[in-house]
Design a protein around this ligand. Structure first.
Ligand SMILES: Cc1ncc(COP(=O)(O)OP(=O)(O)O)c(N)n1
Ligand SMILES: Cc1nc(C(=O)O)sc1CCOP(=O)(O)O
Ligand SMILES: [Mg+2]
Length: 218
């Protein structure tokens, strides 16, 4: 599936779960209809991300769900992921593309119009734009303040590649992100910290689909 159709995108970080493993959470997310999963697990060793990545690859491939790896092109290659997600302090987009090839999905984090233009020119396939509402899930002070929906709209109008909103997104506030022009939403806590990840995912899927339907009718 292409990023254009990623309505709901799970970014994994089991350290903020209520005792559930990443595999359990991803299984639930798949049952709930998630479109893409990103292996993040900041703080874990390369070996443990690699081993978890192999298991996630099996699960996601069976379900037809895209699998991305955060930051690490080498792990993406080693587990045969669909692609990689890089931020402003990670490997540059053209380098990730060169290493992974033309078929891989390369996503890039941006929070300003200038960064978005650059990522698109560099060949990114989609943008992760945030932090939309502000979050403590990403351990940097900048993420605590939201960039707001107007910035999402401005970036979505500027670039031709899909924009995915990230940061502080829940089923209650995901609709306006899609209405602002994002193809979908990426979340950690809304699914990961839920008692029932499948139900939390299904709520998000429905909210985003409804908002996109309304947006297209206008
Ligand atoms: C979909 C998506 N968008 C943004 C990010 C953040 O990437 P980055 O800024 O590199 O921060 P880390 O996640 O690496 O801490 C993301 N991971 N996914
Ligand atoms: C990994 C990440 N990147 C962000 C960015 O703004 O680039 S915000 C974020 C954390 C998203 O977690 P939650 O859904 O719990 O807010
Ligand atoms: Mg990164």
């Amino acid at each position: 599936m292409a990023p254009t159709n990623w309505g709901t995108y799970l970014v994994t970080q089991a350290s903020i779960s209520e005792g559930q493993s990443t595999l359990e959470i991803v299984r639930g997310a798949i049952d709930g209809g998630v479109d893409a999963v990103q292996l993040r697990e900041k703080g874990e060793s390369a070996r443990s991300r690699y081993e978890l990545g192999l298991e996630l690859r099996e699960l996601t491939a069976e379900a037809g769900v895209d699998l991305l790896v955060n930051d690490r092109v080498d792990i993406a290659q080693a587990i045969d992921a669909d692609g990689v997600h890089v931020g402003q302090s990670d490997l540059p987009v053209p380098v990730a593309r060169e290493l992974l090839g033309p078929e891989a999905v390369v996503g890039c984090s941006t929070s300003t119009v200038a960064e978005a233009r650059r990522a698109e020119a560099d060949g990114a396939d989609y943008l992760g734009v945030g932090s939309v509402y502000g979050t403590t899930s990403k351990d940097v002070p900048e993420a605590e303040d939201g960039i707001g929906l107007e910035r999402i709209a401005e970036i979505a109008e500027t670039v031709s590649i899909p924009v995915v909103g990230i940061g502080g997104i829940t089923a209650d506030n995901a609709g306006p992100v899609a209405e602002a022009g994002a193809v979908g939403v990426a979340v950690i806590s809304e699914i990961t910290a839920a008692d029932d990840p499948a139900a939390a995912t299904a709520d998000l899927v429905e909210t985003v689909e409804t908002a996109k339907d309304l947006e297209h009718r206008e």
